[in-house]
Design a protein around this ligand. Structure first.
Ligand SMILES: C[S@@+](CC[C@H](N)C(=O)[O-])C[C@H]1O[C@@H](n2cnc3c(N)ncnc32)[C@H](O)[C@@H]1O
Length: 202
């Protein structure tokens, strides 16, 4: 999928996204988001902010900027921010080509985004560029299995999943983070080896 196709796909499902995700959110994601975000501070950029599911887990006092290629997903994020009284700046922007200056942010956050970014390495390099040299990139991402058989099964079904629901299920996001030049500080499995909590620095 290229950026335009991804944008159209998320624009289309924006109204239903939170409902579709509710079971996973309730059982797992909410807890993982909270753990990911407890320590953020200062100037924070969330890429692929979507409907703003992370908003309620940010600590108070941060300066938050959110970007996404889907304006309809972000409209939901704007409504959530208003509901919970969170101040938030939003811009329609592709993570692969951000208009922010180098060294702009203390933290960059990405949750369940790099399964659908068309050029993931380019997006990760952009994250590295806009982070301050003492900043942190925080990721919660689902990835291709490290197990030989399951990894191959995921490769096999990926084209079908992409066609039917959009995202890739076989992204090697941890490896891509390394390739982008970010230094990985820690990687933890969440629930299973298929979801990773990664902390990296420029
Ligand atoms: C699966 S949703 C996750 C949304 C949110 N981060 C969350 O945790 O619920 C992926 C989001 O990434 C956005 N996205 C995909 N490719 C993008 C890109 N190249 N640049 C910016 N946002 C992108 C989509 O529009 C969508 O809102």
């Amino acid at each position: 999928m290229n950026g335009n196709t991804t944008k159209r796909a998320y624009d289309r499902i924006a109204g239903l996204y939170d409902v579709m995700e509710y079971p996973m959110e309730f059982m797992f994601f909410a807890k993982w988001r909270k753990e990911l975000l407890t320590s953020v501070s200062g100037k924070v950029l969330e890429v692929g902010i979507g409907t703003g599911k992370n908003l309620r887990y940010y600590p108070p006092g941060i300066q938050l900027m959110g970007i996404d290629i889907s304006s309809r997903m972000m409209r939901k994020a704007q409504m959530k921010a208003a509901e919970i009284g969170h101040s938030l700046n939003l811009m329609v922007m592709n993570v692969e080509d951000m208009s922010f200056s180098d060294f702009s942010f203390d933290f960059v956050v990405s949750t369940f985004v790099f399964c659908s970014v068309s050029r993931p390495l380019q997006g990760l390099r952009e994250i590295k560029r806009v982070l301050k040299s003492n900043g942190y990139a925080l990721f919660l991402e689902h990835v291709r299995s490290e197990k030989k058989f399951l990894g191959r099964v995921m490769d096999f079904f990926n084209p079908m999943v992409r066609l039917l629901i959009g995202p890739n299920i076989n992204r090697r996001t941890v490896e891509n983070i390394e390739k982008s030049g970010l230094n990985i500080i820690s990687v933890h499995n969440k629930g299973s080896e298929l979801v990773k909590h990664v902390i990296a620095r420029p």
